[in-house]
Design a protein around this ligand. Sequence first.
Ligand code: NAG
Ligand code: NAG
Ligand code: NAG
Ligand code: NAG
Ligand code: NAG
Length: 492
Amino acid sequence: MKLKAILVFLFLVVGLIYGDEKATKTSKAKESSEICKKCKCNPDEKVINCSKKGLTKMFTVDDWSALEEVGDEYEILRMDHNLLDEIDVPFPTLKSALKIIDFSHNKIKKIVKNAFTNLSYVEEIDLSYNDIPTEALKPNVFEGKYSADEYEPIKTLKILKLSFNLLHNFDDDIFEHVMHLQELHLDNNPLQVIHPSLMSAFSDIPQLTYLNLSRCELKELPDSIFHPFKALKVLDLQGNLFENVPTKALYYAKNVRELYLDDCPIGDLNEKNSFPVMPNLEKLSMTYMQKLRKISHGAFAGLEKLKELRLSNNHHLSSIEDTAFTFKKDDETETIWPPLRKLSLDNNNLTTLTSDVFIKWEEMEELHLHDNPWICDCELNYVLSHLMPIVNRTTPHLIEHIKCAEPPAYKDRQLMELKNEDYHLRCLDKYGRHPENDSALLVALLIGVLLGIPLTFACILIFKRLFGERKGAAKYSRAFYKRADMQDDMHI
Ligand SMILES: *[C@@H]1O[C@H](CO)[C@@H](O)[C@H](O)[C@H]1NC(C)=O
Ligand SMILES: *[C@@H]1O[C@H](CO)[C@@H](O)[C@H](O)[C@H]1NC(C)=O
Ligand SMILES: *[C@@H]1O[C@H](CO)[C@@H](O)[C@H](O)[C@H]1NC(C)=O
Ligand SMILES: *[C@@H]1O[C@H](CO)[C@@H](O)[C@H](O)[C@H]1NC(C)=O
Ligand SMILES: *[C@@H]1O[C@H](CO)[C@@H](O)[C@H](O)[C@H]1NC(C)=O
């Protein structure tokens, strides 16, 4: 009994001391540092959260040293959603190994040189959603510390986000200090053209694996733009102004695994407007393409590893030819299909889908066919018998939106209902598209044939009579002409 009591007492004391120590530590931080007074400091998660605090100024060197006195170490600094219009003081040398710095959603127009030089551990800098103009972004902004083998590098910087700014060009040497970049976000800047200086800047960052150039008002890409990026895996080009697939540029994107080309005014795809051989492409997204009506032979030839294809919300897309995805390898005769596992064809203007577009349908993990004006005739039997069970297995929640638009008898009927009722879809006649009238047509045909026999006899009879009469008429006219001829002679 006594021992137990003593133990409980000891636990309590230890707990109290420990808890007290922690409490004084945080309160000390709060009292003594301006930074933790204004922001939420969370030493356990190593986050200084200054998000949405109405800040207009960077912290001073004194602010930082007051914070450092407490002894807590931080890795993440969130300064997003504030009113900073300038990064006007470089970060001082800190005990904390700051890894992520988020300055997004401010009004930054200027950045002091050597702003990040002292941050020897920084891995990610987010400057997106600011007002940074081309002139404000100089190579020395990203200058690091002296190193014998590289030019004042920030070797640790892997991710740089510059999305949603006012950048239309870049200095040739903008990346000379951050040559180990792996992720670069340049999307939503008014680039309009990829200038030679940006091309030259790109050659400094060969380790890039992710490049976001979406919504940069680009009409075309220089042929060799992706040539420096041997490791590029994710490429986002959506929302640009390409009217054709940038075939030549993509030719050098040999290792890209994910490609986004959504919302570009790219026209019909065919052998001329097609993808180059992209031997590693696994995911391709082309949604909201306003100009895409037809996908024909050869459009996707050469995407031999394609696993996921998103072709939805292309409201004018009405046909996909069955050889759009097939191809043959050099000097081989065997036809190759991509090993597709996920396919989205929803919200298009498709009326039919042939089974030969892909093979191995049964290996599909996702299949979206809903919201298309399907014509439920015999051509759709394969969809009904083979693909509906796959949809039912993989994406059943949308199955009720797979409906017939035609023929009138099946209008707005769900394909699933037709399947459950074991329908076998009939072929439509060329003009009427009314298979429900087929029986009437058959009866009409039968009546026609039955009436035809006596009618033929009747015709023969009438013909014989007419033939006789015509003989008479011919005689009469010959006599008339003769008389006229005689009259002519008399005039002369
Ligand atoms: C930071 O604080 C803001 C509000 O002040 C909050 O919405 C956000 O979730 C916090 N973020 C983190 C990572 O703690
Ligand atoms: C780096 O840190 C030191 C010491 O805190 C400071 O004097 C200096 O101004 C900082 N900035 C640069 C660019 O070196
Ligand atoms: C590219 O950036 C846009 C806008 O910031 C974003 O919506 C999109 O998801 C990014 N693309 C990829 C592949 O991460
Ligand atoms: C869909 O295709 C039909 C022909 O099958 C065409 O008449 C119609 O205009 C197309 N709709 C759109 C939105 O392109
Ligand atoms: C669809 O799947 C459910 C169960 O997942 C099953 O009960 C139903 O019979 C399936 N329908 C068809 C037509 O395969």
